[in-house]
Write a protein that binds this ligand. Structure first.
Ligand SMILES: NC(=O)c1ccc[n+]([C@@H]2O[C@H](COP(=O)([O-])OP(=O)(O)OC[C@H]3O[C@@H](n4cnc5c(N)ncnc54)[C@H](OP(=O)(O)O)[C@@H]3O)[C@@H](O)[C@H]2O)c1
Length: 291
């Protein structure tokens, strides 16, 4: 990745496919379907080129509509969706993927993630096989996982390695991206170390801690020092850790604020002050699943 001071909203991270991922995303969890097209259109106007939706969010159709109507060349906008989190295995994932693609109205999806590791080994590997087929058919460009713990990741990597050995290099596919709740109160070093070692790009969801820590005493001194908001400090932390943060906001001024993070840099000392050692998940934590 480029040196921190040279990052910009246009910066792209190389994936282990031949594609690249814009370094800042716009997240759509809990954005009402009837409002989502307007917000995505606004985010694209502000300059976001990376849209993070999911079957669960019920705004894939609205996201696709806004991308299609934006006037932007399709290959300049990166669109992610995710499998239904409660459906696993090959058949359910084939169906879930086709529904996601159809709802978006796009010719292809840039990134499709298995939303959770639930469903046991058969569910996980079956889901992966479904994504591999969609990728080979050109319907999705890069594939990955979300909310998987190291034990789930390693299980899939072992299956990939075995498949490559038996059937030929590349037949097992590549985990290109992983998405997890990551912020200073949940840094997930075990998972991010595993990802770095295996060439998996890490997306940080709930990078603003869902708005719950804006008054935290850890953030105020850094916000004052840099003349930035607590949200901007959190997003900058994420970028400097090498993650791709996915902030969500329904407000244009916050969309702009959350993108105005490329003109300052946290020092090593600042970064250290944000090492809390805490494990506070704020939404759900499927990484601990033992099925
Ligand atoms: N894979 C998964 O399981 C998973 C789980 C959770 C999230 N995600 C993805 O990650 C995205 C972001 O996560 P998230 O939505 O959970 O939370 P988040 O981005 O950490 O926080 C969003 C909250 O912060 C507020 N906010 C936004 N910008 C702000 C600012 N500059 N100052 C103060 N408050 C601000 C928002 O309110 P307003 O909208 O009113 O501005 C909203 O309440 C999701 O939208 C989704 O795409 C994925």
């Amino acid at each position: 990745m480029a040196a921190h001071h040279t990052l910009s909203m246009a910066t792209q991270v190389a994936l282990n496919t031949k594609y690249t991922l814009p370094i800042l995303g716009y997240g759509l969890l809990q954005v009402a379907p009837e409002k989502a097209a307007g917000f995505v259109a606004k985010a694209l106007e502000v300059g976001y080129r990376h849209i993070d939706s999911a079957t669960m969010y019920q705004n894939e159709a609205a996201s696709g509509e806004a991308i299609r109507n934006s006037g932007l060349p399709r290959d300049t906008v990166f669109y992610t969706s995710k499998s239904p989190p409660d459906q696993h295995g090959y058949d359910a994932t084939v169906k879930g993927f086709e529904e996601s693609l159809n709802k978006s109205g796009l010719e292809y999806i840039d990134l499709y993630l298995l939303h959770t590791p639930f469903g046991g080994k058969e569910g996980r590997i079956g889901g992966w096989k479904a994504l591999l087929e969609a990728q080979r058919a050109g319907k999705v460009r890069s594939i990955g996982v979300s909310n998987w713990g190291v034990h789930h990741l390693q299980e899939l990597q072992d299956w990939i390695d075995e498949t490559d050995t038996k059937e030929g290099e590349g037949r097992g596919g590549k985990i290109s991206v992983g998405q997890w709740e990551i912020h200073p109160w949940l840094a997930r070093k075990d998972i991010t170390d595993w990802a770095a070692k295996h060439g998996v790009v890490v997306e940080a969801y709930s990078p603003l801690v869902r708005g719950l820590k804006m008054d935290d005493p850890l953030l105020k001194p850094l916000a004052d020092k840099h003349g930035k908001s607590p949200a901007q400090i959190l997003l900058r932390w994420s970028l400097q850790k090498g993650f791709v943060p996915l902030p969500k906001s329904e407000k244009e001024d916050r969309m702009r604020e959350n993108a105005d993070i490329f003109n300052f840099e946290l020092s090593a000392e600042d970064m250290k002050s944000l090492e809390t050692g805490k494990y506070e998940s704020t939404i759900w934590d499927p990484t601990t699943d033992t099925t």
